[in-house]
Design a protein around this ligand. Sequence first.
Ligand SMILES: [Zn+2]
Length: 232
Amino acid sequence: MYKGSVTEEAREVLRAIELIQLGARMPVLEKELTLSRNRLIRLYRELKNASPPKGMLPFSADWYFTWLPNIHASLFYNIYLFLTDRAKCSRLDALTRAYRLYLEHCESAETERVLSFTRAWTLLRFFEGGLLTLSSCTVCSGRFVRHVRDAHKPAACCICMPPARAGMTRAARASRTTQTNTPAATSATRGRAAAALGELSGTMRATLAEVTRALDPKRSANRLRLVASVPV
Ligand SMILES: [Zn+2]
């Protein structure tokens, strides 16, 4: 039985609906909301026509250091920081807005969504727990996700310095065999891995640069209004 006011309970239900629609799992809902577990399960079943999945949430931060997850996590966290630091959104509001903006970016860039909502939420928890931090890339100066123990070592981000086998998944290989003459596939300067990034690296780089510029207080006034007005 909910003990708070009726309006606050209604807000909590709306928050739960939004989180469930974005893909939040039960442990996330229970941690972020004050509604009872039974209430949340009922809401979940109503919205998804299925029981919430069981099993543990990811507990290792290693996933965020692999190249493509690192690019997506860095993009998401830069947007999240902008929304909390500049747009003054609350933590939960910034989380959901940043995740929506991230999804919109993936859609407009026609790229795969790598970061699930659970991964985005876990990323925040790792930052809040002091396990992860942001470092500036020595090449593009964009800020990217790193382990705190490595933060003092200069390094380039995964966009500027992709690992040798980046993008060598089965799907990427299949795609390249059907598009052997694209400019991205014949790029000689950044190697096969960089070529595999193709349009993704340019789009991600542009978005990261835009968020970084927006974080500059001298230039943020207009952008602040722009991002703060994004509907939720
Ligand atoms: Zn870089």
